[in-house]
Design a protein around this ligand. Structure first.
Ligand code: PMP
Length: 453
């Protein structure tokens, strides 16, 4: 065992005690959680102080697209820290300008100006602000079954239960149903039907809200947190056309789907769609230092050529975060990380998950692409009743908790969301690691199968 893997339970207990005493955790009832004390991480693995090692099929929170502690990125951060750790955003700084240049070299179409933020929610906030200023309109349309972040505008756009507590109905946000054949809001039988009906529903929503008041449509290119639901062919092109017809700014949120996750640099490439604004974060630098941003089209950038953009952040384009982005993008180019995500997704993960579905009655649907997959667990394949109720907690969520515990016993750290398993390993996962994860899932799924009827 390498020294950094040597168990040290006493240190682990001290870390845990300080955490429990002083750290206030996201999305949690503070008294009901039991966070694992993590001792270290490398590549696709992390380990605790007890000597347990886990294969991370969550990529952190779907951000370590090149795994943990990539030496090139760690070195770039160290070099930037030695040279210029920080500098105010109003100056031209090499790490920042190079990060913007590299990002723009990969974004689709003319999304060539980059506004930097510290993460995804701030990117969404600023994209909406740009859209409102550009159009002079206020309303924003966003999808149910979406997640856009936890700040005020971003959480109001979010179409999942996390919005409920903070939504006072005054945000100018209108929700609509996006396509998702397995649990169709339109009772469609085919992808073609789902696509056509979802587009008609969206147009009706625009017309009934009053097109002259609609500033933006905000969509995740592939909704991630809500279940990794690749839209049917033609849908995003159809939304693009609706935006053009009604003068609405099209915002694609690629915070989770971008930077290789779907087997392309950006998920919009699968559909050959260019939005007016595109948000990113997470994979831009594998989450090594907080960074996000908005990629801005020529037309919207033009709005702010002679007129000031009334927004900014102290740490916009922080040199350390940008140096990490430069190194990450170079690693992704040189090590063909995006190609790896596409290849391992198509040759190992996809076929492996479909094979599991043949043997495990709890799997209702397998869907995804690249390193972005979901298993929808059900009590009954015919009725599609979810294995646990929507938004279940406590005893109601127990079958998924039992499944999660079985994964961890087998050395796999799974991403569990409601009745779904999101299979989202790093984009540079190896074939052997992917197979190891699939084998652990296979064993743990037996636990979920016990709850089918
Ligand atoms: N948009 C999407 C699509 C996301 O997945 C997330 C985070 N999961 C966010 C926005 C918010 O990003 P952050 O947590 O960095 O604010």
């Amino acid at each position: 065992m390498t020294p950094h893997l040597t168990p040290d339970p006493a240190q682990g207990a001290a870390v845990k005690a300080a955490d429990r005493a002083h750290v206030f955790h996201s999305w949690s009832a503070q008294g009901l959680i039991d966070p694992l004390a993590v001792a270290g991480a490398e590549g696709s693995y992390f380990w605790d102080y007890e000597g347990n090692r886990y294969l991370d099929f969550t990529s952190g929170l779907v951000f370590t697209n090149i795994g943990y502690q990539h030496p090139e990125v760690v070195r770039a951060i160290q070099e930037q820290a030695a040279r210029m750790t920080t500098f105010a955003p109003a100056f031209a700084v090499e790490a920042r300008s190079e990060a913007a240049r590299l990002i723009a070299s990969h974004t689709p179409g003319d999304l060539d100006k980059i506004f930097f933020t510290n993460g995804g929610a701030e990117a969404v906030e600023n994209a909406v602000r740009m859209a409102r200023l550009h159009t002079g309109r206020h309303k924003v349309l966003a999808a149910y079954r979406s997640y856009h972040g936890a700040t005020n505008t971003a959480i109001n756009l979010t179409g999942d239960p996390r919005r409920w507590a903070s939504d006072n109905g005054s945000s100018g946000t209108v929700h609509f149903w996006a396509p998702f054949l397995y649990r169709s809001a339109f009772y469609s039988a085919t992808q073609e039907e789902e696509c056509a009906r979802a587009l008609q529903h969206l147009e009706d929503t625009i017309v009934f809200e009053g097109p002259a008041g609609v500033a933006a449509i905000v969509l995740e290119t592939v909704p991630g947190t809500a279940g990794i639901m690749t839209p049917p062919p033609g849908y995003l092109q159809g939304v693009r056309e609706l935006c053009d017809r009604y003068g609405i700014v099209f915002v694609l949120d690629e915070v989770m789907a971008g930077f290789g996750r779907t087997g392309k640099w950006f998920a919009a490439e699968h559909d050959d769609v260019v939005p007016d604004l595109m948000t990113f974060a997470k994979g831009v630098n594998s989450g090594y230092v907080p960074l996000g941003g908005v990629a801005i089209s020529g037309a919207i950038a033009e709005t702010f050529e002679k007129r000031a953009f009334p927004g900014g952040l102290t740490y916009s384009g922080h040199p350390l975060a940008c140096a990490a982005a430069v190194a990450t993008i170079r690693v992704m180019e040189e090590e063909k990380v995006v190609e790896n995500a596409a290849h391992i997704g198509a040759s190992v993960i996809g076929p492996g998950l479909r094979d599991l579905a043949e043997r495990h009655p709890s799997i209702g649907e397998v869907r995804g692409t690249g390193m972005f997959w979901a298993l929808e667990l059900v009590r009954n394949r015919e009725t599609r009743e979810p294995l646990v109720p929507y938004n279940a907690t406590g005893a109601d969520a127990a079958p998924m908790a039992a499944f999660g515990a079985a994964c961890k016993k087998n050395g796999l750290w799974p991403f569990i969301n409601m009745n779904r398993i999101h299979v989202v390993p790093p984009c540079n996962v190896t074939e052997a690691e992917a197979k190891e994860g699939l084998a652990a899932l296979d064993e743990a799924l037996a636990v979920a199968d016990e709850h089918t009827a």
